[in-house]
Design a protein. Structure first.
Length: 282
């Protein structure tokens, strides 16, 4: 059996930064994260044991003791930041610098009167947060089917950004279709290279692998995308959260096992999986 581990598997720069901020703040009185700090149940549970509570809604702040809120790497809207401050909570901003860059673009371009186009999943917290920095109308596009001529006005100006974790090929298709309408649109490249590199490496590994393991939270959008990308190349692709989901008897001596992991998967979970896959050989 051969194991190929992706070099890009695990925490990305932004998640690592946010996690370091939580670790630094541990021990502070009344510590909260605004939404789960990362899309990884195990990590969130470990922090809960250390006293870090998850706040899901601004309204919840009225019923908890004053303290410090950590903003996760996805970021939040401008209004939420103001509301948290108004309620006299301290803020530790764990927004990834790449997401912050999008907030700035959207804030500045919408101030100039441009309609904002966001390529991304409308339900994803990062997209919801980005929307919250626009002072103009916002159009969210997730699929090429949604790119319709009647949505756009040649008299208007547009600014396009993408969710950092969006599939870059899909984004390209959306942009190509949009450009055919000859509207005035300023396009900013905002897909994170960490995502692109992880996806490209996943394609290469899953082409060679007989079986592919994708490790990451069930609700992590970048892990789900990785799974889809790998599954398109390697029929026997398994999405697992931890070693507990691993079905060991599906692996044989002749297998080439590819392993990759989403941006919110801690190193120790990846190592446990590798160790257990190796044990199947013993
Ligand atoms: S994927 Fe990229 S943009 Fe998103 S948190 Fe990680 S480094 Fe930041």
């Amino acid at each position: 059996m051969k194991i190929i581990l992706a070099k890009t598997a695990g925490f990305c720069f932004g998640v690592d930064k946010a996690i370091q901020k939580v670790n630094k703040a541990l021990g502070a009185k009344n510590l909260y994260t605004y939404g789960p700090i990362i899309h990884n149940r195990q990590v969130v549970e470990e922090y809960e044991k250390k006293g870090v509570k998850v706040i899901d809604d601004i309204k919840q702040l009225d019923s908890v003791e004053k303290g410090t809120i950590i903003i996760r790497s996805h970021g939040v809207g401008k209004q939420e930041i103001a509301q948290i401050k108004n309620k006299k909570f301290d803020i530790i901003d764990g927004t990834c610098p790449y997401v912050k860059r999008i907030h700035k673009i959207v804030e500045q371009e919408s101030k100039k009167g441009k309609t904002i186009i966001i390529v991304g999943n409308p339900k994803h917290p990062e997209v919801v947060g980005i929307m919250g920095w626009s002072s103009m109308d916002t159009i969210i596009i997730e699929d090429t089917k949604q790119v319709k001529k009647e949505l756009f006005d040649r008299d208007k100006e547009y600014c396009l950004v993408a969710q950092t974790t969006f599939n870059y090929l899909k984004c390209k298709e959306i942009v190509n279709k949009l450009q055919k309408f000859e509207i005035r649109v300023m396009i900013y490249e905002t897909i994170c290279s960490a995502t692109e590199e992880r996806q490209l490496e996943a394609v290469e590994i899953s082409k060679k692998a007989t079986k592919m393991i994708v490790i990451g939270g069930r609700h992590s959008s970048n892990t789900q995308k990785l799974y889809q990308i790998c599954k398109a190349q390697c029929e026997n692709t398994y999405h697992i959260e931890t070693v507990k989901d691993l079905v060991l008897n599906v692996f044989s001596d002749n297998d080439i096992i590819g392993i990759t992991a989403g941006a919110s998967t801690p190193k120790h979970i990846i190592e446990e999986v590798i160790l257990n896959v190796r044990r199947t050989k013993l």
